[in-house]
Design a protein around this ligand. Structure first.
Ligand code: TXA
Ligand code: MG
Length: 311
C-alpha cells in the first residue's frame, strides 16, 4: 500500500500488479507488454480469459504502441475527450500480447484525466493494462478500501487515492471498423456529447438478430451485490422494510433499514457501487434503486442498475 505514484509505478516496471485510482473506478494494472504479469491480473480477479483488458496511457504519444491505425473519427474523439472517462476500441498493434486482448484483433485504449493516475502512468513509462480492481462479478471499486476487500493478498500494491469522482466505468466506443463508431458501454461521456463530435455514432444493439458479440465483457455477469436489486420509484412499499435498503434522488415514502437520498444523479452514480458493498457488509437482502431519466449520466446509471437487477 502506498500513496506514492512513483512507488506504485515501480511495481509495474518490475512485472508486478498495482491497483490505482482513476476518475471512474479503481483499476488493477500490469505492464501491457508483459504477458506473464497480465496473466496474473486474470488470476487475481478470477476473470474469464475471454474478457479483454483496457490499456491505459499517460500520454497520447503512447497510442501508436498499441494501435496500428486510427480512423478520422477516432482522431476526433481523442482530440476532444482524452484525457477523460472514454475508452476507444482500436485495431491492435502486433506487439501487444494476445492475453491482454483475449485474442481479439482490437484493443481498448484509455487515457485517464485523474492526477494521481497520470503521475502513476507517466512514471510506469509503459501502457498499463487494467480492468476494474474488483473480483469478477462484484461491483467495481470506487475506494481503495473496496479494492482491499476484494483483492487483499492477491495483488502486490494499492496506490491509495480518494474515492473516485464519477463512480461508474468509462464509456466504451468501438472505432475499429470501417463504418460508424459504435458505443459498446455507456458512461460519463454521454451519447449526446459523442454525437457532437461524431454525428454518425450508433448504440450497440446486442438483441439485433445478426449482432456479433462486439464487447465480450457485456455478456458476463456484472456489477452485482449479493443482495437482490429492484428498480422502483420513490413511492415503493417494500415487503420487508427492516431488511431492505433504498438509494435514489427522491426521499422514499416508506422507511428503510438504510437509505441514501443523493443530491442529484451525479451523486447517485458516484455512490451506487459503494452503497452496494455497504449493504452486503450489513447483510441486507433487498436493495431498492430509484429509476432515473436516461439522459447524460442517467443512461449509464440505468444500464448498471438493470444489469445488477438481472444478476
Ligand atoms: O473506467 C474504466 O473503464 C475502468 C478503469 C480502470 O479504466 N476499467 C474497466 O475495465 O472498467 P473492465 O475490464 O472492468 O471493463 C472493460 C470493458 C469490458 O466490458 C470489456 O469487454 C470491454 O471493455 N473491452 C475491452 N477491450 C475490448 C475490445 N478490444 N473490444 C471490445 N470490448 C473491449
Ligand atoms: Mg470490470
Amino acid at each position: 500500500m502506498t500513496t506514492s505514484p512513483a512507488e506504485a509505478a515501480e511495481f509495474i516496471r518490475s512485472g508486478r500488479l498495482a491497483a490505482f485510482p482513476t476518475e471512474t473506478v479503481y483499476g488493477l494494472g500490469a505492464d501491457v507488454f508483459d504477458a506473464a504479469a497480465v496473466e496474473r491480473i486474470f488470476e487475481a480477479k478470477r476473470r474469464p480469459a475471454d474478457n479483454p483488458l483496457i490499456a491505459h496511457v499517460g500520454a497520447v504519444d503512447q497510442i501508436p504502441l498499441l494501435a496500428r491505425e486510427l480512423s478520422r473519427d477516432a482522431e476526433r474523439l481523442i482530440e476532444r475527450f482524452f484525457p477523460g472517462p472514454l475508452t476507444l476500441v482500436l485495431p491492435r498493434a502486433a506487439n501487444v500480447p494476445d492475453v491482454a486482448t483475449a485474442g481479439l484483433d482490437t484493443i481498448g485504449v484509455r487515457m485517464p484525466r485523474h492526477d494521481l493516475a497520470r503521475l502513476f502512468l507517466t512514471a510506469a513509462a509503459t501502457p498499463v493494462a487494467a480492468p476494474s480492481a474488483n473480483l469478477s462479478g462484484r461491483p467495481s471499486p470506487t475506494t481503495w478500501q473496496a479494492v482491499l476487500e476484494d483483492l487483499d493478498g492477491r495483488i502486490d500494491c494499492i496506490l491509495q487515492g480518494e474515492a473516485t469522482e464519477i463512480g461508474l466505468e468509462s464509456t466504451v466506443v468501438d472505432c475499429s471498423i470501417d463504418d460508424a463508431p459504435v458505443m459498446l458501454r455507456t458512461g460519463a461521456i454521454s451519447l449526446e456529447q459523442l454525437a457532437e463530435v461524431v454525428p454518425s455514432i450508433r448504440i450497440y444493439d446486442p438483441s439485433a438478430v445478426d449482432a456479433p458479440v462486439r464487447s465480450p465483457g457485456l455478456k458476463h455477469r456484472h456489477y452485482s451485490p449479493r443482495a437482490r436489486v429492484h428498480l422502483c420509484d420513490a413511492a415503493v412499499d417494500p415487503p420487508t422494510p427492516l431488511d431492505a435498503a433504498y438509494i435514489g434522488v427522491t426521499k422514499p415514502t416508506a422507511s428503510f433499514r438504510r437509505a441514501v437520498v443523493a443530491r442529484d444523479v451525479d451523486e447517485y452514480a458516484r455512490r451506487l457501487f459503494s452503497f452496494f458493498r455497504e449493504c452486503d457488509a450489513a447483510g441486507i437482502a433487498e436493495i431498492y434503486c430509484e429509476s432515473v431519466d436516461e439522459s447524460g449520466i442517467g443512461r449509464a446509471l440505468m444500464d448498471r442498475l438493470r444489469r445488477a437487477a438481472v444478476g
